[in-house]
Design a protein around this ligand. Structure first.
Ligand code: TPP
Length: 948
């Protein structure tokens, strides 16, 4: 691996307090201006929903965010900010002229102004706009983690900070000293996602992470009125203690410098400080709202006469100044705290910044200010107060370049831009190195088709077992040197395909929420857990079990398994953040997590987030559905979901799983080296869910069935498997294909069974039973419901279903037996050809007497029966998509414990139920009596084509 070339000039000198605060004043003015314009459009249509924007929530975060943007943050740092404060970020970027075009160049002043005008607008003609909350569509999205759902982005930032740490320890080149800044609201801070992640940061030594609490004591519904007595303190104290207990270094930014001065100089300063710090939050809010010095004095007197006395030494104006002087608005203190939070390289930091919601606005500290909007005159008033003379609300004035503010902003912006470009270069360097590596091995043009596991000696196995085998092989590849001279004793040199898989094997990171061993990941975790070095006490005390995986963590390059306790949401966040590393840094991490499928639901918000974030990862849900029946009813439901940019797979055979994993790796790699527009990229499908089970099936059944297909006659096993692989990767393949066999008549005796995953066993039994009764039941194994029938199929109008598999709603007709005879006589025995032996379904209608001129035909569209262990909606649109009748057998009730065969019968998913559904489908799909003139029959004869 190359030397890390990261190098950045030192940051410019800090601005003076005055210059910084003058800039911040304008930031607030433009923020209010942009929100006002967003809500005062002349193109509003009747019934349009409100636009909104959050003036008060922006104002409480004003000094915190501006201090980061304008002074503390390095260009390679990341921010995860409460969604509704995004206008503050945009305006800081705007004033630094750091709104960027897609090619990374600075936007012209005119286009940047347009963006400021276009908060929450839809861009019709490529004009720049800002989304409502942080998004990669924004022109200042650089290293900003998208937001919207509160409580998730700070956790994503935490695991991105972890991914940076691992990349560094593994010898990849990542920007040095990158810090991860997260700002959250006090109501947000009650989110379970945050609590779940709290112990993680300190445990994993993330000194590169700072969480900042915007403690404004208000939420959407008003002041936060808490039972402080019950809580044993105020909420900021609770947060403080909780974070400290989780290993975070905590700083409370309670008081501004004015307060601090009074506390230290006034003889009753200490009493005053105690009263202020102990005042119930709700009461403090009411006093802030009243802005009445006498009420403040009366209130303080209730608690301590000394405090009242301290106030009596101050003018009314200063009493109010004191009341309003919170640490979160004092930039000197904010900057100091932010910088101090970076000092300990192993300890995460938590800053409780006491702020005022609606700071400097008329709605300041008003209970209902969360969605309050400014009137136009207040916007003008703010403009006046920061010296902007014009009444033009579209002006969004920059500072004069000659002013101190203008000069500082220009210097800072140049430095930030230099950092952005340096980061981009570093990423490009990583990608070029990877490209070179994969090109040399031939992997780019000719990626292996499979990882390759020998299944000959393990005939009866399951897909979860296969996950373990595939992971183990990747681990071996990662740990085997390409240089044969460096091979260790007993190490086999890598084969050609294995050499091609080497870069991906090295980037393959596995993780699990305490189900690593139970989901067969033993080999990836054995002695390879990435974590703070620990002493091996088992070894020391002679109790090491050599058969059990070694669970002592290390932070070396060999350690690629991230161990979690039972924390599905954390693991899901982690897999998502690791899957973004290639996009941010060019480090090709390919993360895979295993989770009991049922619990994907528990982390669905995090899964959604990562899919929205275009992260590239694999989530293996295993075991899944009612097929884990011995484990009980409570787990027996699959997390069947359809989310944009997500692809779901459910292999039946282990071979399929190998193809699917390899295909995911191939697309991941191509996305990095060729970009998201490459036809081989994972665009639109980068979040991968693979369903596995612990129910074993005969693996050789797959090829055995495939070899019976007419279309495969004379083909080699390799040809057959290759053709099946291609179909599998398109979403489905024929496992049983009766097409072309004698007696196969779509008009009367054919049904398609669509099955998925382990239910293939039941489908095959049913197909065999039906065959015995003269019914040709094809079995189509759906490898990916999404590709065949979901979002990814809709994109190309179900192409594989209709064209690849030839499943259509075509109406197949034929003359009925009696009519056949008649036509045969009339056409001197030449039509219709005696193609078929009579079958039970031939006798549906008798030709009525006296209708000598008429022939009766029968027919149907091939009906469909689907069978899967999951929610009905997953496969029940096949009939609708092609226009034929479908019966969907699926899980429709809660389950019980038992053997799979009992449980499938209980749910109506056993082979008998499939047979029954097929018979019903054939009956119901029969065409009504249709008579045609014999003359037409003769015309048919003239046009008759040989049957395919
Ligand atoms: C998960 C989630 N739930 C609800 C919301 C809607 N919401 C947006 S902001 C907000 C209130 C936030 O209050 P707080 O966290 O105290 O931040 P403040 O606005 O006071 O700074 C709510 C409920 C959301 N965006 N995400």
């Amino acid at each position: 691996m190359r030397q890390n070339p990261w190098k950045l000039n030192p940051a410019p000198k800090d601005p003076s307090h005055e210059v910084l605060n003058s800039i911040i004043k304008r930031v607030q003015t433009h923020v209010m201006n942009m929100i006002y314009l967003a809500n005062s459009r002349d193109d509003v249509e009747k019934g349009d929903p409100k636009v909104g924007g959050h003036p008060s929530a922006c104002s409480s975060a004003l000094h915190l965010l501006s201090s980061l943007h304008l002074v503390v943050k390095n260009p390679q740092d990341f921010m995860a900010i409460k969604p509704h404060a995004s206008p503050v970020d945009h305006t800081n970027s705007y004033l630094m002229r750091l709104l960027l075009e897609k090619d990374g160049t600075q936007m012209s002043g005119e286009r940047a102004r347009l963006a400021m005008k276009n908060l929450r607008h839809f861009s019709h003609n490529g004009e720049p706009v800002f989304q409502s909350y942080h998004s990669s569509l924004d022109p200042d999205h650089w290293n900003t983690i998208p937001s919207g759902s509160v409580g998730i982005p700070p956790v994503q930032a935490l695991y991105l900070a972890h991914a940076y740490r691992m990349a560094d320890k593994h010898g990849y080149s990542v920007p040095q000293d990158a810090h991860f800044w997260c700002l959250m609201g006090d109501s947000e801070f009650r989110e379970g996602s945050l609590s779940e992640a709290m112990p993680e940061a300190a445990e994993r030594g993330l000194g590169n992470l700072t969480w900042i609490l915007d403690y404004n004591r208000q939420s959407l519904d008003g002041h936060r009125v808490l039972n402080e007595e019950g809580l044993g303190g105020k909420d900021n104290d609770r947060a403080d203690k909780m974070m400290a207990a989780n290993g975070w270094e905590v700083t409370q930014l309670r008081h501004g410098k004015f307060r601090q001065e009074i506390f230290s100089k006034n003889s009753n300063g200490e009493a005053l400080q105690n009263v202020i710090e102990g005042l119930p939050d709700y009461e403090f809010q009411a006093l802030l709202a009243s802005q009445n010095a006498k009420q403040v004095a009366d209130s303080f007197a209730k608690y301590d006469q000394g405090a009242k006395k301290a106030l009596s030494d101050l003018s009314d104006k200063d009493v109010l100044r004191l009341l309003n002087d919170l640490g979160g608005h004092d930039t000197d203190l904010v900057i100091e705290a932010l910088r101090a939070s970076k000092e300990d390289s192993e300890k995460p930091h938590f800053i409780v910044a006491h702020t005022i919601k609606g700071w400097n606005l008329r709605c300041s500290a008003q209970s209902t200010n969360h969605s309050a909007m400014l009137e136009e005159d207040e916007v003008h008033d703010l403009r006046d107060r920061c010296g902007l003379k014009s009444k033009d609300l579209y002006a969004f004035e920059y500072f004069d370049e000659k002013s101190s503010e203008g000069q500082y902003l220009k210097t800072r912006a140049e430095w930030v831009l230099e950092g952005i470009n340096t980061s981009k270069k570093l990423k490009q360097g990583n990608i070029s190195e990877l490209r070179e590596q994969v090109k040399t091995s031939g992997a780019l043009e000719n990626f292996p088709k499979q990882i390759g596991i020998n299944l000959k000696f393990v005939p009866l196995i399951h897909t979860q077992w296969m996950i373990g085998q595939l992971s183990a092989k990747l681990t071996r590849i990662a740990e085997t040197s390409l240089n044969e001279k460096e091979l260790k004793e007993n190490q086999k040199p890598l084969g050609e395909d294995e050499r091609k898989l080497k870069p991906i094997a090295q980037a393959f990171i596995t993780m699990a929420p305490d189900v690593g061993t139970s989901t067969n990941l033993n080999s990836t975790l054995d002695g390879r857990i990435f974590g703070h070095e620990a002493e091996d006490f088992e070894e020391e005390y002679g109790v090491k079990d050599s058969k059990a995986p070694n669970i002592v963590p290390h932070e070396n390059a060999r350690s690629r398994f991230i161990r979690f306790d039972i924390a599905e949401s954390n693991t899901m966040s982690c897999v998502g953040s690791y899957g973004k590393m290639a996009d941010y840094t060019g480090v090709p991490f390919m993360p895979l997590m295993t989770v009991y499928d049922f619990f994907i639901k528990r982390a669905l918000d995090q899964y959604f987030f990562s899919a929205y974030w275009n992260s590239s990862f694999i989530c293996v849900g295993t075991p899944s559905g009612i097929s884990l029946s011995p484990e009980g009813a409570q787990h027996g439901w699959k997390s069947d979901i359809q989310i944009a940019n997500s692809i779901t797979w459910e292999p039946a055979y282990c071979q399929e799983l190998d193809w699917i994993m390899t295909e995911s790796f191939r697309r991941h790699l191509h996305t990095i080296v060729d970009g998201p527009d490459s036809p081989h990229s994972n665009t639109g499908r980068s979040a991968v869910i693979i369903r596995c089970v612990t129910r074993s099936i005969e693996q050789k059944e797959m090829l055995k069935r495939l070899k019976t297909h007419k279309r495969f006659e004379g083909k080699t096993d390799e040809d057959i498997m290759e053709s099946t692989r291609l179909d599998c990767l398109e979403g489905g393949y024929y496992l049983v294909d009766h097409r072309g066999q004698d007696g196969y008549r779509p008009s009367e005796n054919v049904v398609h069974i669509f099955t998925m995953g382990t239910m293939v066993t039941e489908a095959l039994i049913a197909s065999d039973k039906l065959k015995g009764k003269g019914i040709f039941a094809n079995v189509i194994q759906v490898s990916s419901p999404d590709l065949l029938l979901g979002n990814n199929a809709d994109k190309h109008n179900y192409k594989h279903l209709r064209e690849g598999l030839g499943v259509t709603g075509d109406l197949f007709v034929q003359f009925q037996q009696a009519s056949q005879e008649k036509v045969r006589q009339q056409t001197n025995g030449s039509y219709p050809p005696a193609l078929y032996a009579p079958k039970p379904f031939d006798t549906l209608t008798a030709t009525p007497a006296g209708a000598a001129q008429m022939m009766t035909v029968s027919g149907r569209r091939i009906p469909i029966v689907s069978i899967h262990d999951g929610e009905p909606g997953l496969l029940d649109n096949i009939g609708g998509a092609v226009g034929t009748l479908q019966k969907a057998l699926a899980t429709r009730k809660h389950s019980k414990c038992g053997r799979p065969s009992d449980i499938y019968a209980y749910h109506g998913l056993d082979s008998d139920s499939i047979v029954k559904a097929c018979n019903t489908a054939l009956e119901e799909s029969a065409l009504g009596t249709l008579r045609i003139d014999t003359a037409l029959a003769q015309a048919f004869q003239a046009q008759a084509q040989p049957r395919a």
